[in-house]
Design a protein around this ligand. Structure first.
Ligand code: MEV
Length: 419
C-alpha cells in the first residue's frame, strides 16, 4: 500500500513522462510496469479473449488525483474517451479533501442467480417443496465451486418468488451467492445450471432461464463526502447546487443525465480495471428505478455549517480476480496503482469516484455551465481533426477558444495561416 499523497496541483500541466514518474513513484511500479502505459494489448492475448479478433481498440488512460477515501490516498486510473471527465473528478476530490475526503462502506459481495421454473400446476406447493430442499440445493450449488466455498464464499441462501405473468404463474428461484473477490457471473451461472435439474425433479416443472441478475441489490456500496462551501464559492452556490439537484431527484429526464455523469467516472474505472461495465450500468440504472420511479443515484443536502453533503448508493459487481481483470496487463497495472486488496475496496473507490464525478458535473452546471470546461480539450480535438500536429495543436486550440468558435473549418483556416 502506498503511503504517499495523491494530492497534486497542476498534474495535467506536466509532460507525460513526468506524470508517469509520479504514478510510478506513488504505486512503486517497476520500470517494466511503467513501460506498459505506452504498450498495447498484444494480439495473441486479445485473440484468446474474444472471437473474430482483428486487432485491439485503444482508449486514453488517465489518472484522477487528489482522492482521499477512508483516510487512504488513491490515484484512480480512468480509461475514457470524453474530455474533462478526469480533470473534473480530480477537482471534486480536491474539494472533498478539505472536509476529510470520502467515507465509504459496502455490503458483502452477494450476487443473485435466477432459475425460472414453468409449467407448474400448483405454484404454492412447488414453492414449499423447493424450500424444503433448500439445504440440499445449497449443497449442490456449493459443490460446483470448492475454491470459492473453501475461501468462505459460496451459495448462502435460497429464496422462492411466485410471479403472476401474462403467460400464467411461474416460480423464480433466487440463490444468493457470496462471490468474494470475483465479479461472480461465472460462479453463479454455473450454480444456476447445476440446480435446474434438481428443481425440475423436486417440482415436476420445467426450468428455463438460469442466469445471474445484474440488479445486484445485495452488493451495495455507499460513499459520502462533504464539499466545502467556501471552496465552492459560498453558501449561495451550495443553494444553487441543491436547486439543480432537485430536478434529478424528481424528474427521470434529468435523472438519466445526472446518473450518466456518475457513470462517466465509474465506467472509466471499471474499464481500466478490466471489469464488466455493462453489468455495472445495468445494475445502476435498475437500482435507480427500484421504487418504481427512475431517480438520482446520489443525494445532496446542506449540513449545519452550510457545507454540501453528497451521498451515493448503488450496486457494484466488480471483481479483482477472474476474467479480463487478470488477463489484461493494463488492468493488472491499474489495480496495482489503485492498491486495492479486495473487490469491496475497488467497489468503494468506484462509488467515491462516481460521487466526485457527479458533484463536479452538477457544480459546473450550477455555475459556469459545462461547456467552459470542455472547451479547451474539445478545441484540441478539433485542431487534431483539422490536421494539426505537435505544437500546432495548442496554437490552433488556443486561437479557437479565444475566438469562442470551436469549428473544424475555422481550425483548418488557422492551420493554413500557420503554414
Ligand atoms: C456529460 O458526459 C455528463 C453530464 O451531462 C452530467 C450531468 O448533466 O450531470 C455533464
Amino acid at each position: 500500500m502506498s503511503n504517499k499523497s495523491s494530492k497534486i496541483s497542476g498534474f495535467y500541466k506536466l509532460p507525460i513522462e513526468k506524470r508517469v514518474e509520479f504514478v510510478k513513484d506513488f504505486a512503486n511500479l517497476s520500470d517494466e510496469e511503467a513501460k506498459l502505459f505506452s504498450s498495447c494489448l498484444d494480439i495473441e492475448t486479445a485473440d484468446h479473449m474474444i472471437e473474430n479478433v482483428l486487432g485491439t481498440f485503444e482508449l486514453p488512460l488517465g489518472v484522477a488525483v487528489n482522492f482521499l477515501i477512508n483516510g487512504k490516498d488513491y490515484l484512480i486510473p480512468m480509461a475514457i474517451e470524453e474530455t474533462s471527465v478526469v480533470a473534473a473528478a480530480s477537482n471534486a476530490a480536491k474539494i472533498a479533501r478539505i472536509q476529510g475526503g470520502f467515507k465509504t462502506e459496502s455490503s458483502e459481495s452477494l450476487m443473485i442467480g435466477q432459475i425460472q421454473l414453468l409449467r407448474i400446476d400448483d405454484v404454492v406447493d412447488a414453492a414449499e417443496k423447493i424450500i424444503s430442499y433448500k439445504q440440499k440445493l445449497l449443497n449442490l450449488a456449493n459443490d460446483q465451486d470448492k475454491i470459492l466455498t473453501n475461501l468462505g464464499g459460496g451459495a448462502k441462501d435460497l429464496e422462492v418468488r411466485i410471479l403472476d405473468t401474462p403467460i400464467g404463474k411461474m416460480i423464480v428461484v433466487h440463490i444468493i451467492v457470496n462471490v468474494l473477490d470475483a465479479m461472480g457471473a461465472n460462479a453463479v451461472n454455473t450454480m444456476c445450471e447445476a440446480l435446474a435439474p434438481m428443481i425440475e425433479e423436486i417440482t415436476g416443472g420445467k426450468t428455463r432461464l438460469r442466469i445471474i441478475s445484474n440488479l445486484a441489490d445485495r452488493r451495495i456500496v455507499k460513499a459520502r463526502a462533504v464539499f466545502d462551501k467556501d471552496k465552492m464559492g459560498g453558501e449561495h452556490v451550495v443553494d444553487t447546487f441543491l436547486e439543480s439537484y432537485t430536478l434529478a431527484a424528481i424528474d427521470p429526464y434529468r435523472a438519466a443525465t445526472h446518473n450518466k455523469g456518475i457513470m462517466n467516472g465509474i465506467d472509466a474505472l471499471i474499464i481500466a480495471t478490466g471489469n464488466d461495465f455493462r453489468a455495472i450500468e445495468a445494475g445502476a440504472h435498475a437500482y435507480a428505478a427500484r421504487n418504481g420511479n427512475y431517480t438520482s443515484l446520489s443525494k445532496y443536502y446542506k449540513d449545519k455549517n452550510g457545507n454540501l453533503v453528497g451521498e451515493i448508493e448503488l450496486p457494484m459487481a466488480v471483481g479483482i480476480i477472474g476474467g479480463a481483470a487478470n488477463i489484461h496487463p493494463k488492468a493488472r497495472l491499474c489495480r496495482k496503482i489503485l492498491g486495492v486488496k479486495t473487490a469491496r475496496e475497488l467497489a468503494e473507490v468506484a462509488a467515491a469516484l462516481g460521487l466526485a464525478q457527479n458533484f463536479a458535473a452538477v457544480f459546473a452546471l450550477s455555475t459556469v455551465g459545462i461547456q467552459k470546461g470542455h472547451m479547451s480539450l474539445h478545441a484540441k480535438n478539433i485542431a487534431v481533426m483539422a490536421g494539426a500536429i505537435g505544437d500546432q495543436i495548442d496554437i490552433v486550440a488556443d486561437r479557437l477558444v479565444k475566438e469562442g468558435k470551436i469549428k473544424l473549418d475555422r481550425a483548418k483556416e488557422i492551420l493554413e495561416e500557420l503554414k
